[in-house]
Design a protein around this ligand. Structure first.
Ligand SMILES: Cc1cc2nc3c(=O)[nH]c(=O)nc-3n(C[C@H](O)[C@H](O)[C@H](O)COP(=O)(O)OP(=O)(O)OC[C@H]3O[C@@H](n4cnc5c(N)ncnc54)[C@H](O)[C@@H]3O)c2cc1C
Length: 485
């Protein structure tokens, strides 16, 4: 019997798993997909928000502020990129300036450091490409950017290095409540656990309904779409740039990624509660994003766009994050994790691990190792370092992805670590082949060959993302017999 079963391997479930390993606990993570970070965590703005906008006294306010404060320490331990580049909320009229003052006051009540309202001249000095219509901004120096999928992989890898178990392709379809815990069923396996952590993202209400007839909350998906522009545009903006927020959220923003790409979006579109897989992008919404972003930043060069994508916010009926034991003893909900869920993940992980370790009376784990081994970025090494590495490991001398200069050595590392990638997108999220301008057009087949060879599986079985997304479906030039003609 496990002490804790976590359902869902997004950033929230992975952070809880890693923090639980600081205690002497038997932990399993159950994920319906064939990889971690395949839900909301793979498609968001990647901002570690400063945390000035959530209401004082809310879970969002509390966990965002704390999450931001400890984000650097976590990313240092797990060797994940995190840059505190600061954010600017821009005002376009006096009404907006009043909103900025209210945001600043709210932020100060939450203990957010360094908030400052800056005038047009200062704003222009910070951001030369800002719209001429912007008259001032709220500057939040503690806001940052990270890589949500690498953080999630790193959390899970570190949890597994410390003894956690990850079961992929395990979709929880039924839960029996028993006297000493829960019996958790997929279509072909069962797992027993004393406690359940519900980190099932947009499905958290569905999971809760498996144990509770009268749940306190429901969730519906709220979609956000994006443009991702090539690294050529690096430097167009230097901070996370927001308009003033509205009832529908933080608005269309423009920001750099940790790799130097430019992200433009997201919009905010309420979907039916049945549309929990609707991550397609749509022409009309992308046009709306372009129009809105043009009011914020001048001359965004969309000819440099390399892809568009969409993510689904888990919008809770309660408005706030739902964190804690629900109506069923031993069942912990971490639901309604819309933004700023990524920013809050480190704080939520620590909080839940502390609660569960107390309830299970678990002592500290004296062998816990907080450090995740840094991954090598060949492109960023000096020539001398490259030469030494290639001599020791020749696979680092073979470039597989020309757009991003990713070597075979980096791909092997992404496959063979704990929580290694098994799909093209899984390898892309870990090591970046296919993340550049050609989006895998050239390197995709080579990555498939490496995956096939290293995992000793037929190349036809390698998928793009989900377990059904096969890439090779037949031979282009098969031999045709007389009978078939
Ligand atoms: C457009 C957009 C922009 C955002 N921008 C930001 C931002 O800039 N900063 C920020 O802090 N936050 C942001 N967020 C919010 C942030 O992305 C989320 O809070 C976070 O990713 C939620 O993580 P999660 O682990 O709760 O959910 P998910 O990542 O969705 O993980 C849930 C997992 O549960 C699995 N699952 C579901 N049902 C089952 C089942 N029955 N059995 C087994 N597994 C199951 C799913 O497959 C999935 O992998 C944004 C969100 C969106 C959509």
């Amino acid at each position: 019997m496990y002490d804790v079963a976590i359902v869902g391997a997004g950033v929230i479930g992975a952070s809880v798993a890693r923090e639980l390993m600081k205690y002497q606990l038997k932990v399993v993570v159950l994920e319906k997909g064939n990889d971690v970070a395949i839900g909301t965590t793979k498609a968001n703005s990647a901002i570690v928000h400063a945390g000035y906008d959530a209401p004082f006294g809310s879970n969002k306010g509390r966990f965002n502020a704390l999450g931001n404060r400890i984000f650097g320490e976590i990313c240092d331990e797990l060797n994940v990129p995190f840059n505190r580049i600061g954010s600017l909320v821009c005002a376009f009229d006096e009404e907006d300036m009043t909103t900025l003052k209210a945001l600043k006051e709210n932020g100060e009540s939450l203990g957010i450091p360094g908030l400052r309202i800056i005038d047009q001249a200062m704003l222009r000095a910070f951001e030369p490409n800002i719209s001429d219509l912007a008259i001032g901004a709220l500057y939040a120096p503690s806001a940052g950017i990270t890589e949500p999928w690498e953080l999630t992989v790193a959390y899970m890898e570190n949890a597994m290095d410390n003894g956690a178990n990850l079961m992929l392709n395990f979709e929880v379809i039924k839960i029996d409540v028993e006297s000493d815990g829960f019996l958790i069923h997929s279509s072909n396996q069962t797992v027993r656990a004393k406690r359940i952590v519900n980190a099932a993202g947009v499905y958290a209400d569905t999971l809760y309904k498996m144990v509770c007839d009268s749940p306190e909350f429901t969730i519906h998906p709220r979609r956000g779409q994006y443009f991702l522009l090539d690294k050529n545009v690096n430097g167009l903006v230097n901070h996370v740039i927001f308009p003033c927020p509205s009832k529908l959220g933080k608005g269309i923003l423009v920001l750099p990624t940790t790799e130097g790409n430019l992200l433009v979006g997201p919009d905010s579109e309420d979907l039916e509660s049945t549309e929990r897989e609707a991550i397609e992008t749509t022409g009309n919404r992308l046009d709306y994003i372009k129009e809105s972003a043009a009011k914020l930043v001048n001359n965004i060069p969309y000819r440099e766009n390399i892809t568009t994508f969409a993510g689904l916010r888990a919008e809770p009926s309660t408005g706030d994050f739902i964190i804690g034991e629900g109506k069923i003893s031993g069942f912990y909900n971490l639901a309604g994790m819309k933004s700023p869920g990524l920013s809050s993940a480190p704080a939520i992980g620590k909080h839940v691990a502390t609660e569960l370790s107390k309830s299970l009376k678990a002592p500290l784990n004296p062998h816990f190792n907080p450090i995740r081994q840094k991954r090598i970025r060949f492109e960023k090494l000096s020539d001398a370092e490259k030469a030494v590495l290639i001599k020791e490991k020749p696979a680092y001398g073979r470039i597989i992805c020309r757009c991003e200069s990713i070597t075979e050595g980096e791909i092997l590392d992404a496959i063979h670590r704990n929580c290694g990638g098994r799909t093209l997108n899984g390898i892309k999220r870990r090591a970046r082949p296919g993340a550049g301008r050609c989006q895998g057009g050239f390197c995709g087949p080579r990555v498939m060959e490496i995956l096939s060879r290293e995992l000793a599986v037929p190349v036809e079985s390698i998928c793009q993302e989900s377990s059904e997304s096969f890439i090779l479906i037949g031979k282009t030039k098969s031999e045709v017999t007389d009978n078939e003609v």
